[in-house]
Design a protein around this ligand. Structure first.
Ligand SMILES: *[C@@H]1O[C@H](CO)[C@@H](O)[C@H](O)[C@H]1NC(C)=O
Length: 362
């Protein structure tokens, strides 16, 4: 470029930048004027770029299991392609389900990066391919599902894409020992956590309904609504005339209203098994027997996960940590309950009077 032309462009660029500032012209239309600082701090080099930055993320949902490592793909490019190295910043954040607010996950400049809160030490950037800024999350937790935003910032330009992560899991209705419709929203959240699970989102319940979940008691969901999934319309569950679907009572008062809850769990690191033992046991004996076997008495969420992901199948009722008695059937057969697979429940028998087997977890 000739010196004169360059000067002209410089003046034009400065003038347009000034205009943009005065008129508040957004710079996200893909064409912009930029001061390139490639680390040598040569800020005299102002170029007229006409370059568009694009961020690419997959449009399909990424599925993963609890405890696994997952990569959320993200790449960016310039049109026309630039050959000079660029100094960019990358920011990954997680969108909250209930609002437009975001939580920082990771920010990176060059090779340095910083991660935040529950993601500390569990995330890093993957930059194997050119212009790749994928996010790797290690040791996935139940609450990691959701929408993630990949943001690439190059000078004034700032573009982003969304990646949706969903955990493969199992949704189960939960009702505590003291009976039906006893939990307000906060109790409901806690009840799921005590079963090694989290309160289910609407999307998780909907997916479970698509897979055949049918439950006639209403339960809390993460968004503060109360709903129940019906596959086979029938009289006591809203009537025969209503179409199958997830039926909603809408949002309920989180402190005052009481229902059951839908919990969500995913695959397990450990193993759930029915303890081989010569005798049937009372609850406390059952707890003790698991301990003597180097394990602990299993939680409801763990039994559901083992049934769903490992086809745990045992036609023997056993105690669980919450004092309920259940058994998992992956392959339905005579004398093992209904013709569908499922975790069968005997409710909460008397801990001191009744005797059963036990499910342990280690
Ligand atoms: C996840 O990645 C770490 C290394 O970053 C590795 O040690 C671990 O085994 C991986 N976990 C799984 C489930 O693959």
């Amino acid at each position: 470029m000739s010196y004169l032309l360059r000067m002209k462009l410089l003046v034009l660029a400065t003038f347009l930048q000034l205009l943009a500032v005065i008129h508040g012209i957004p710079h996200s239309n893909g064409f912009y004027y930029n001061s390139i600082d490639n680390g040598n701090h040569n800020i005299n080099e102002i170029y007229f770029n006409g370059v568009q930055l694009t961020v690419q993320t997959p449009s399909n949902t990424i599925f993963a299991y609890r405890g696994s490592n997952v990569t959320l793909p993200c790449r960016y490019r310039y049109t026309p392609e630039l050959t000079t190295p660029r100094k960019i910043r990358v920011k990954w954040s997680k969108l909250r389900a209930d609002s437009t607010k975001e939580r920082d996950v990771l920010v990176a400049i060059g090779l340095r990066h910083r991660s935040f809160r529950e993601f500390k030490g569990r995330v890093h950037l993957r930059q194997d391919a050119q212009r790749e800024v994928s996010l790797v999350i290690k040791d996935l937790r139940l609450e990691d599902y959701g929408k993630y935003k990949c943001e690439v910032i190059d000078g004034l330009e700032d573009e982003s894409g969304i990646v949706e992560l969903e955990l493969r899991g199992v949704v189960f209705p939960y009702q505590p020992a003291h009976g039906r419709y006893q939990l307000n929203f906060h109790d409901a959240k806690k009840a799921c956590e005590e079963q090694d699970a989290v309160i289910a989102s609407f999307e998780q319940l909907f997916r479970a309904w698509e897979e055949g979940l049918d439950w006639c008691n209403a339960g809390w969901l993460l968004d503060g609504t109360v709903q129940y999934p019906i596959t086979l319309p029938r009289e006591p569950c809203g009537g025969r005339d209503m179409a199958p679907g997830v039926r909603s009572y809408g949002e309920r008062h989180k402190n005052l209203h009481r229902y059951d809850v839908f919990c969500f769990s995913s695959s397990l690191k450990g193993k759930v098994y029915y303890l081989r033992h010569p005798d049937k046991l009372q609850y406390q004996e059952a707890e003790q027997a698991c301990r003597e076997d180097g394990a602990e008495i299993a939680k409801v969420g763990q039994l559901f996960a083992a049934w769903k992901f490992l086809d745990l199948d045992q036609c023997d009722a056993g105690w669980l940590a919450d004092g309920s008695v259940r058994y998992p059937i992956a392959f339905p057969r005579l004398n093992c309950g209904p013709p569908e697979p499922g975790v069968r429940s005997f409710g909460f028998p008397d801990k001191n009077l009744q005797k059963y087997g036990v499910y342990c977890y280690k």
